[in-house]
Design a protein around this ligand. Structure first.
Ligand code: COA
Ligand code: MG
Length: 294
């Protein structure tokens, strides 16, 4: 799966920001039709986003759009206009059951058939941001083979359950961790919450590192200044890569010789440690920090 370390939202009605976003080297750029767009500019945002996908080059960045929630009344037009502009994938917000995913998938299939694109090629990322979504994580994760990632939305989730947001984030830790666990269980990526205070680089780094430690593959961001630090936090550093390479190399020798548990640098290594090291190397590879066969 591709790297999605920083996923940058850009308000869909803001052409200046959209043009800016294409040169920022974020792994993923998401042109937003939902909460970043006022209700009276939804139609304008749709055509702006469609125009952006057909006329701008986003380089290596993944081209995503976030449609409005299924059931909001905006979703049919969002899909009709933006789907035809052939985004790489769509983010569906406020997913609370498999139905929203299946409905979107069916709509996309008819666009893909009409346009002679391969059916299933436009993939989906499901935003989990209410209590129902958390409770129904497994049906959402397996609702369609189009689903590649589960994204956690903290602000909507907190509002839904009546939590009060705190800097430490204990109030969202259960839901945040659940998203990681279900994503892993179904072979999907997990993408962490937004850090809203874009003038606080220190706080951002702490939260991004915390997300990587929990098992997230990336984080949503809302400002250009957040991209670099976030991408770094979700990329294994040189020391981590060296240690993982050591472990995997030693494992080759020791497992061959019949030892399931052995020592590397005075620390016990067994199967889970080897698997974790392989995950580190996989992450380094998708981030381009390691040869594919290295
Ligand atoms: N994508 C692309 N460019 C962005 C950007 C974004 N998300 N946020 C800011 N920029 C640009 C600005 O246009 C500005 O460029 P300019 O100087 O060439 O005009 C530059 O980066 C610096 O921006 P700054 O002045 O610091 O911020 P701002 O006051 O223009 O915008 C926000 C602040 C929060 C309104 C803006 O960052 C934003 O809209 N973020 C996304 C919000 C969103 O999508 N929310 C829904 C999903 S949670
Ligand atoms: Mg939201």
């Amino acid at each position: 799966m591709r790297a999605r370390r920083a996923l940058l939202y850009v308000p869909g009605a803001d052409w200046r920001k959209i043009e800016k976003a294409k040169g920022l080297n974020a792994d993923s750029v998401c042109l937003d039709l939902e909460d970043g767009v006022a209700a009276n500019r939804k139609a304008e945002a749709r055509s702006t986003v469609a125009r952006a996908f057909s006329s701008l080059n986003f380089g290596k960045s993944e081209r995503l759009a976030r449609i409005n929630a299924v059931g909001s009344g905006f979703e049919v037009d969002d899909l009709a206009v933006v789907g035809l502009a052939r985004p790489d994938g769509l983010i569906i917000p406020k997913v609370s059951s498999a139905i929203a995913i299946q409905w979107t998938s069916d709509q996309l299939a008819s666009i893909e058939r009409k346009m002679n694109w391969s059916v299933g090629s436009i993939y989906l990322l499901a935003l989990i941001e209410n209590a129902r979504g958390v409770v129904n994580l497994s049906q959402i994760a397996e609702a369609s083979p189009r689903v590649q990632a589960l994204i956690f939305g903290a602000e909507d989730y907190a509002a839904d359950v009546g939590a009060i947001r705190t800097p430490g984030g204990n109030e969202v830790l259960y839901a945040r961790s659940a998203v990681v666990a279900y994503a892993a269980a179904y072979g999907l990526q997990a993408i962490d919450l937004v850090f809203r205070d874009y003038r606080d680089p220190e706080g951002l780094s702490v939260e991004a590192r915390g997300g990587a430690e929990l098992g997230f593959a990336g984080k949503q961001v809302i400002h250009p200044d957040q991209i670099e630090a976030v991408q770094e936090a979700f990329t294994p550093n040189e020391a981590q890569i060296a240690e993982a390479l050591n472990v995997v190399q030693a494992a080759g020798v020791n497992l061959q010789a019949g030892s399931g548990a052995f020592a590397v640098d005075n620390k016990m290594v067994d199967m889970p440690v080897i698997r974790a090291a392989e995950r580190v190397l996989a992450r380094a590879r998708v981030a381009g920090k390691l040869e594919r066969d290295g």
